[in-house]
Design a protein around this ligand. Structure first.
Ligand SMILES: Nc1ncnc2c1ncn2[C@@H]1O[C@H](COP(=O)(O)OP(=O)(O)OP(=O)(O)O)[C@@H](O)[C@H]1O
Ligand SMILES: [Mg+2]
Length: 242
């Protein structure tokens, strides 16, 4: 049985035990044990190809590990638990319809009241774009629309894969504000990001992946001030690693 701090009686909201993901003879993930229990935002960082996106897909049930167990709230991940979890991909998948139709669609798929559409659009600052076709929204607006869809299901866990990767600074800060508000409302956020400044601004904890392994897991301030592994030191210094 895992042990928890006396002050933290809730089990980790996500976790892995003995998790390996192989494709052919390549091992994409090799994680003996990982527990995510910190509140707020957990940042997943690491070089290109480290396995960050694969890890999010494993957490979200889109990739089944070859061995091991995915855990949610201390129990094996289940369809019921996945219903309270949303994943926002780097390139949003939107319907070729208006912004509000996209949010209504997300609500309908869960049989939730579509009256919440306006409130959800307002939450991501898209109230004035409700009737705009999604394909005519800017990259930042499309990303915010995808976040509104993700929030429509009232998730307890929100996973995001580089949501601000191709956005300008203003659009990036707008999304960070939305994520901060969302975390403050009690939603656990797992954010894959290459942006160390962003992770410093948002994250309470950092998980650093390299070559499919968790090399470091630390409180964000500790990670950025005193990264322990050579891989993280190189990454943060902008040095290329093999
Ligand atoms: N379906 C797949 N089949 C084979 N290899 C895959 C598959 N998905 C991912 N990979 C490989 O697994 C490794 C990890 O991929 P992943 O997309 O998780 O990296 P990442 O850390 O998200 O990188 P980036 O920062 O570039 O997004 C890469 O080498 C990738 O080529
Ligand atoms: Mg990726």
């Amino acid at each position: 049985m895992p042990m928890y701090d006396a002050g933290d009686l809730s089990p980790p909201f996500l976790g892995l035990t003995d998790c390996r993901v192989d494709v052919g003879d390549r091992r994409l993930l090799d994680i003996p044990e990982l527990d995510l229990s910190s509140g707020g935002v957990t940042a997943i960082m690491g070089p290109n190809g480290a396995g960050k996106s694969v890890l999010l897909r494993v957490f979200h049930g889109l990739v089944a590990p070859g061995t091991g167990t995915v855990k949610s709230d201390g129990a094996p991940q289940s369809p019921e638990r996945l219903r309270r979890q949303s994943l926002v991909l780097q390139t949003p998948v939107l319907l070729r319809r208006t912004a509000e139709a996209n949010v209504r669609f997300a609500l309908r798929t869960r049989r939730l009241p579509i009256e919440r559409t306006a409130e959800l659009l307002a939450r991501v600052h898209l109230a004035d774009k409700a009737r705009t076709p999604a394909r005519r929204l800017s990259g930042g607006e499309q990303q915010r629309l995808a976040i509104a869809q993700a929030l429509a299901i009232e998730p307890s866990v929100l996973l995001l894969d580089e949501p601000t990767a191709s956005l300008d600074p203003a659009a990036t800060l707008m999304i960070e504000d939305i994520l901060r508000d969302t975390a403050a409302s009690g939603v656990r956020i797992v954010l894959v990001s290459h942006d160390a400044s962003q992770a410093r601004r948002l994250a309470s904890e950092v998980i650093f992946l390299s070559k499919g392994r968790v090399v470091e897991q630390a409180e964000a301030k500790t990670f950025f001030d005193t990264p322990k592994s050579a891989a993280a030191q190189d990454y943060l210094a902008g040095r290329l690693t093999t």
